[in-house]
Design a protein around this ligand. Structure first.
Ligand SMILES: Nc1ncnc2c1ncn2[C@@H]1O[C@H](COP(=O)(O)OP(=O)(O)O)[C@@H](O)[C@H]1O
Ligand SMILES: [Mg+2]
Length: 267
């Protein structure tokens, strides 16, 4: 008699597990702040997860905990089953401000992590060139940050975060400082990059439309204490363009998200 052994399906096994994570900050002015309380979350490999919530609900803290930049007060984070204890090579991070070094050219900025991680110079150099082409900055490699628009600076910081080819990209309100039009264009660009590189992306925003337009799932957080309000599946077809925002499905889901955030919708 033969016994059938089920093969493990790697595509559905959890990539990141956030298990019962709480984070308390002791402050001098506000006493104890419960930035995160009992967060349980599984992130699938290759998915695009948007994290949506009002200011102060713990989005950045959650991202820092996942990145290993902050050790949670309790609970833990597993990446492919291994506990995250410190920032590792598996993660690339993009912040709201591009934080490029003004004295380094665009390409030298992108090469920063190669130097920090001790990657081979030739390999890193070729990758930097490819990434700069991918984010549409092939023509701007030798420019300095002050010569770039805000959108271009953010493209450079995305290329920098991808240089060491991390499977996970964490983005904390990366387009928050950009005007509405540039923001939409960057969203489209990001989906194109995601489609090409198949990273797992955790994208933090407080913009309902942006969260919905980009994501496979939207995690909605609530404040005081920072916790999960709801996790919704987004079933909009891909590839997406901006027209998807005018569909009834988009409108309905956006309305639901606004209700969750407690916004007055005029009804
Ligand atoms: N290092 C810190 N020390 C003290 N309080 C903090 C610290 N970081 C965050 N907080 C507090 O924790 C809460 C959540 O912050 P944060 O994660 O930055 O929220 P969000 O990114 O959603 O705006 C806020 O009340 C914030 O003031
Ligand atoms: Mg934040």
């Amino acid at each position: 008699m033969t016994i059938a052994i089920e093969k493990q399906d790697v595509t559905t096994s959890p990539f990141i597990e956030v298990r019962n994570v709480s984070q308390v900050f002791r402050t001098t002015t506000r006493g104890e702040v419960a930035a995160l309380k009992d967060i349980d979350l599984t992130i699938r490999e290759g998915e695009f997860l948007s994290v949506l919530g009002p200011s102060g609900c713990g989005k950045s803290t959650l991202m820092r905990v996942i990145a290993g930049l902050v050790k949670p007060s309790s609970g833990d984070v597993l990446l492919r089953g291994t506990k995250v204890e410190k920032p590792g090579r598996d993660v690339g991070v993009v912040f709201q401000q591009a934080a490029l070094f003004p004295w380094r050219s665009v390409k030298k900025n992108v090469l920063l992590s190669a130097e920090m991680l001790g990657l081979s110079k030739d390999v890193a150099d070729e990758r930097a060139e490819q990434l700069l082409d991918m984010v549409g900055l092939g023509h701007a490699k030798t420019l300095y940050p002050y010569e770039l628009s805000g959108g271009m600076q953010q493209r450079a910081s995305i290329a920098r975060a991808l240089l060491h080819d991390p499977p996970l990209l964490l983005m904390d309100e990366p387009f928050g400082a950009l005007d509405a039009l540039t923001r939409e264009t960057m969203g489209l660009e990001l989906l194109r990059i995601w489609d090409q590189s198949r990273k797992t992306v955790v994208f933090i925003t407080h913009d309902v439309n942006e969260a919905l337009f980009l994501a496979d799932r939207v995690l909605v957080m609530a404040a005081r204490p920072g916790r999960i309000n709801e996790l919704i599946e987004v079933n909009l077809p891909r590839p997406r363009d901006l027209d998807v925002m005018s569909t009834p499905e988009f409108g309905e889901t956006a309305k639901h998200l606004r209700h969750l955030l407690g916004a007055r919708t005029g009804e």
